[in-house]
Design a protein around this ligand. Structure first.
Ligand SMILES: C[S@@+](CC[C@H](N)C(=O)[O-])C[C@H]1O[C@@H](n2cnc3c(N)ncnc32)[C@H](O)[C@@H]1O
Length: 379
């Protein structure tokens, strides 16, 4: 979410000042805590509501909004507060029918104002979970438009939308963790990792693409975190090399976005998953890459597979479920099957009528979805 951080003017009474001030945990929080304390101690529900109502009015009147503050980065180890979510919480308190219920909400607000609680896997502050509007928790991901911000210019045929690695990195890593993408392509995962302050390594078989992606990450993104593009075959790259890059630290997230077998041929290299002769060989080769990456994925880390199905000789080949079954045979626990909307490729978009005709005459449906299978590594 684009967090609007609210800060009363520290030099005057809350709401009285109209000066924009940077967020300093020292001013808003004590005032809010005092208000919550008074409201909890109020002798009647009417008195409690009067305090809450006046606090709400003052918060609505603050003009200390800072729209560019990223609400995911909890600074100085205290939660960042947004005006919108504070107002929602106050409205919930005002709607409470009994004083006990209102006090319960007030105590919860008291805790979430000063304490950070995470699940240890990511940096999401569970005490302020309502602030994370942008983070998806449903198994259907509908992205109406691709994120084209910054270096994401979608030049690579067969790339994925940046929103996929964005969601996965926020849910399954913490700042400073290491992310591995064994099918790096144009580096979409690497850009998202850097934007979110995670370190990343991408492996790419095609030397021209690897070089172009390396140039892109070296030049276009502020280097607050480490990022490395390796030219190589993910089935045979040495785990010790991958660990050397991360300074010996195990990776916390692996994002696999392999070719969907031969739907797009990425090269003529026999090690390229898009060139293998049949589906069984494709699944076997993907299995080798999964085994190789599991060597460097820490216990409790996550591995996500992004893949779609294909049609061949008049029948559907469920690449997604075949790959999922292959992965279930490893030391992995399946956590989610996400279905994501799939936009037609540029080629197909131009020939939509023809595809509709083919679907009608061939008795099949055009693919409008692909999968994100998410597993937890359990050693
Ligand atoms: C579907 S694309 C990934 C695109 C990427 N997610 C992006 O956003 O640009 C698959 C990539 O895997 C690469 N590839 C295929 N076989 C590989 C292998 N054995 N090792 C490493 N990369 C491989 C292809 O060259 C291609 O760039």
């Amino acid at each position: 979410m684009e967090g609007n951080t609210v800060t009363p003017d520290s030099s005057s009474k809350p709401g009285a000042g109209k000066r924009r001030t940077p967020e300093t945990p020292g001013n808003l929080r004590p005032w809010l805590m005092e208000m919550i304390g008074k409201a909890i101690a109020a002798p009647s529900i009417e008195d409690l509501r009067a305090i809450v109502r006046s606090t709400r009015t003052q918060i609505s009147g603050f003009n200390g909004f800072q729209p560019d503050i990223n609400s995911y980065s909890e600074r100085n180890n205290v939660p960042i507060l947004t005006a919108e979510s504070l107002i929602l919480e106050l409205d919930q308190i005002l709607a409470a029918r009994t004083i006990e219920r209102a006090r319960y909400y007030l105590r919860r607000m008291q805790r979430s104002t000063v304490e950070i609680k995470t699940n240890g896997v990511n940096d999401i502050n569970l005490n302020r979970w309502k602030d994370y509007e942008e983070i998806l928790t449903d198994s259907l991901w509908l992205f109406p438009k691709r994120d084209r911000s910054g270096p994401h210019n979608a030049w690579y045929w067969g790339n994925f939308v940046p929103q996929i690695p964005h969601q996965l990195i926020l849910r399954f890593t913490r700042k400073g963790d290491w992310v591995l993408d064994p099918f790096a392509g144009s580096g979409t995962t690497l850009i998202e990792a850097m934007k979110l302050g995670r370190n990343s390594v991408g492996v790419e078989l095609n030397s021209d693409i690897a070089m172009r992606t390396r140039q892109m990450v070296d030049t276009s993104v502020p280097r607050s975190s480490k990022c490395c593009v390796v030219h190589g075959d993910s089935a045979s790259i040495s785990p010790s090399d991958l660990l050397r890059i991360s300074g010996g630290l195990k990776y916390r997230l692996v994002i696999l976005h392999p070719p969907y077998h031969d739907i797009i041929r990425f090269s003529e290299d026999p090690r390229d998953l898009s060139t293998v002769a049949d589906v069984d060989s494709f699944i076997r080769m993907l299995g080798k890459i999964v085994d190789n990456t599991l060597e460097v994925l820490g216990d409790g880390g996550h591995i996500a597979l992004v893949i779609g199905d294909k049609y061949q000789n008049g029948e559907i080949v469920p690449l997604g479920f075949l790959s999922m079954n292959m992965m279930l045979g490893r030391s992995l626990v399946l956590k989610s099957i996400v279905v994501k909307n799939y936009d037609a490729t540029r080629g197909k978009r131009g020939a939509q009528d023809l595809w509709k005709y083919r679907a009608l005459s061939g008795g099949f449906y055009l693919f409008k979805h692909e999968y994100v299978f998410i597993f937890r590594h359990q050693i």
